[in-house]
Design a protein around this ligand. Structure first.
Ligand SMILES: Cc1cc2nc3c(=O)[nH]c(=O)nc-3n(C[C@H](O)[C@H](O)[C@H](O)COP(=O)(O)OP(=O)(O)OC[C@H]3O[C@@H](n4cnc5c(N)ncnc54)[C@H](O)[C@@H]3O)c2cc1C
Length: 170
């Protein structure tokens, strides 16, 4: 399904395909658009990325404090203003063995791209406890920076989601 609601499978030719719409994807989109590389951003299941599920972001230059979703709205708006096109779909298959590169999506579309930028980020690996969801933001969290160790108020210890470490239940 594309952002305009169409469900017809199509083949698209693009100079630049960006997979992922977190901070990295939007940043790449701004630079690519300003270089006339006409980027198409496939947003995946979480447009805006991980910061959509956080509250105050206080380490973003130029903002004393900003809500994660507000920050990501601004990043998307900036990328679109520069000329990037957003597509709400998920890349399910890629073929980098030939040029142009081929990317297929869950929605059935095919993208033929001269350049593909992969900005699919990371996902926190949660323990799967019901209390994680219930207390998220109220003491249960995951550490945003690599190498940070979090001690959570339920006796659960977790490492950064950006590392591949195993979560440990204490
Ligand atoms: C709760 C929480 C709070 C945080 N707080 C802070 C903070 O205050 N300050 C800070 O600096 N960092 C913080 N972080 C870390 C920060 O969110 C990440 O470092 C950052 O989001 C990584 O950006 P990214 O663009 O690389 O990837 P992500 O934000 O992970 O975005 C990945 C994107 O890829 C897309 N995607 C994935 N697979 C596919 C696919 N197959 N096809 C198409 N698209 C796909 C997703 O939909 C998403 O849009 C926090 C993280 C969390 C979880």
């Amino acid at each position: 399904m594309t952002s305009n609601g169409s469900s017809m499978a199509n083949t698209h030719r693009t100079k630049t395909l960006i997979i992922g719409a977190g901070p990295a994807g939007y940043t790449a989109a701004v630079y690519a658009a300003r270089a006339n590389l006409e980027p198409v951003v496939i947003q995946g299941m979480q447009p805006g990325g991980q910061l959509m599920i956080t509250t105050d972001v206080e380490n973003w230059p130029g903002e004393t404090s900003i809500l994660g979703p507000d920050l990501m709205d601004k990043m998307q708006a900036q990328a679109e203003h520069a000329g990037a096109r957003m597509v709400f779909d998920l890349v399910s298959e890629v073929d980098f063995s030939k040029r142009p590169f081929v990317c297929r999506t869950d929605g059935g579309d095919t993208y033929l791209a001269d350049t593909v930028i992969i900005a699919t980020g990371a996902q926190a690996r949660w323990l799967g406890l019901p209390s994680e969801q219930a207390f998220m933001g109220y003491g249960v969290s995951n550490a945003p920076l690599p190498g940070i160790l979090c001690v959570l108020n339920q006796g659960v210890t977790a490492r950064s989601p950006t590392r591949r470490d195993t979560l440990i239940a204490a």
